[in-house]
Design a protein around this ligand. Sequence first.
Ligand SMILES: NC(=O)c1ccc[n+]([C@@H]2O[C@H](COP(=O)([O-])OP(=O)(O)OC[C@H]3O[C@@H](n4cnc5c(N)ncnc54)[C@H](OP(=O)(O)O)[C@@H]3O)[C@@H](O)[C@H]2O)c1
Length: 254
Amino acid sequence: MNESQRTVLVVGATGSVGRYVVASGIDHGFAVRALVRDAHRAELFPSGVEVVVGDLTRAETLCRAVAGIDAIVFTQGTYGNPAAAEAVDYGGVRNVLTALQGHKARIALMTAIGTTNRKGSHDWKRRAERLVRASGLPYTIVRPAWFDYNEPDQNRLVMLQGDKPLSGDPSDGAIARRQIAEVLVRSLASAAALRKTFELHSERGAEQKDFDPIFASLQADAAGALDGARDKPNMPLDDEPAYVVADLDQVMAH
Ligand SMILES: NC(=O)c1ccc[n+]([C@@H]2O[C@H](COP(=O)([O-])OP(=O)(O)OC[C@H]3O[C@@H](n4cnc5c(N)ncnc54)[C@H](OP(=O)(O)O)[C@@H]3O)[C@@H](O)[C@H]2O)c1
C-alpha cells in the first residue's frame, strides 16, 4: 500500500454484491479491507485484500475493522427474517458507526428499492439509512432494484428518487450486481454523489462512462433530514421505538 492510498472497509464482503465491491475497490485504487465472520472465507479474495474478522451483531468485534479507515461500503443483508434484519441490516450499521467513535469516513450504504414502503419488509433498512444520515458523515445511499434480472443489453444506469410504489417482482426494475458495486465504489470519490439517496435501475443501452453527471442530476437530502430527498414522510419519529430514537441520538452525538 502506498502512502496516499485510501482504505475502504467492505462490510458484507463475502456476499453476492460485496464480492464485486472488493473487486471494484481494487480496480479504483483503494486498499481493500474485507470484514468477514469466518476467517476461512479469505480465500474468496485476491491477494492483497486485508481480511478482518468481526461480527456485525457484536459491536466489540468491530474496532479493528474500522481502525484508520477512509471509507466504508455496506452491502451486508438478510432475507425475510425481521429479527435478522434488525440485527444485521440495521444493527450492523449502528455498530460500525459506533465503533468509529467519531473517526471520519466516507460512507456508501446499499439498501433496496421499496425501502420506504411501510407494507414491505424494509423498515430496518430505512432505519439504517436514517442512522447514516444522522451520523453527519459524508454519504451516498444506493437502493438497488432486483439483482441481475437485467437483459444482456440493459446496462444503462438509471438513478431515480421518490421510491415509487412497487409490485414486488422483477418487473419493478433490475440492475446487475457488478454495476451496484461500481456505483457504490465510485460514489466514494464523487462530490456529486454526496448526501444523495436514490433507487438504482438500468435500461437498454451501454453503461455511462462518467457517473458524475447522473449523480449530479439528483436532489441532495436536506441537511439534518432523516429521510431521502423525495421520500414519503410515512415513518414519523414520534411513532418509532424509543431505542431506535436513542440509537439516532447516539450516532448524532459522535
Ligand atoms: N436480491 C435482490 O434482488 C435484492 C435487491 C435489492 C436489495 N437486496 C438486498 O440485498 C441484501 C442482500 O444482499 P446479497 O444478496 O448480496 O446478500 P448475501 O449474498 O446473502 O450476503 C450477505 C452478506 O452479509 C454478511 N453478513 C450477514 N450477517 C452478518 C454478520 N452478523 N456479521 C457480518 N457479516 C454478516 C454475510 O456474511 P457471511 O458470508 O458471513 O454470511 C454476507 O457477506 C438483502 O438485505 C436484500 O434485501 C436484494
